[in-house]
Design a binder for this molecule. Sequence first.
Ligand SMILES: NC(=O)c1ccc[n+]([C@@H]2O[C@H](COP(=O)([O-])OP(=O)(O)OC[C@H]3O[C@@H](n4cnc5c(N)ncnc54)[C@H](OP(=O)(O)O)[C@@H]3O)[C@@H](O)[C@H]2O)c1
Length: 209
Amino acid sequence: MNIAIVGAGNVGGALARTAVRAGHQVSISASDKDHARVLADEVGGRSADSAADAAQGAELVILAVPYGAVPDVTVALRDAAAGKVVIDATNPINADFSGLAVTDRSGAEEIQAQLPGARVVKAFNTVLASRMADPTVDGVPLDGFYAGDDEQAKAAVRDLLEGMGFRPIDAGPLSAARHLEHLAYLNISLNARLGWPWRSAWKLLGPTD
Ligand SMILES: NC(=O)c1ccc[n+]([C@@H]2O[C@H](COP(=O)([O-])OP(=O)(O)OC[C@H]3O[C@@H](n4cnc5c(N)ncnc54)[C@H](OP(=O)(O)O)[C@@H]3O)[C@@H](O)[C@H]2O)c1
């Protein structure tokens, strides 16, 4: 699959490596074109001059930018992302890291409203970047929670997660992204408050079928 990754930082870099290892082609954009080029050269992908350029020819677009950059990115992607699956991997953390910057609805639902032609699926946000490149702990695949309203788009994301080595878990409609964003925040705040080494990850134990 051709995957566009908007953002070449911790998350964009880890997902680019994992996606290429899983057999996908990636195109990468960042604020600074040089950052995208360096990562694309490293993983064997294509660097793009803009988010819209990255999305050109991609079947799926991953947003891996700070939540504050989302309005600019969605404006840039409005036409290019139409009809495409857009994975929202962002976490809408507020400026002082004391909680989420969204209240009534999730960041993912905000992004869906900003990209009405796209099919937004929340995924990867509950996983720390340090675990995205190798989503296993002691040989056990980590849970890859995802949420969305379009079943076909969710199936594509489920397959992507599984191919990358996660155990995919369908968390429900896009409104369930509210839970996933709080789940991510809990892990982040535990690491920050308790001085953990930023490698903890979510795994549901027990029978799930
Ligand atoms: N870090 C984690 O463990 C983790 C885990 C799950 C989810 N998340 C979420 O994932 C997102 C990215 O986190 P991160 O840690 O990867 O951040 P990061 O390391 O700061 O990287 C952010 C990337 O976004 C790019 N960017 C910023 N504004 C842009 C714009 N307008 N257009 C295109 N690219 C833009 C930056 O470009 P430049 O390189 O040119 O500066 C950079 O490559 C955040 O929403 C975060 O909450 C993070």
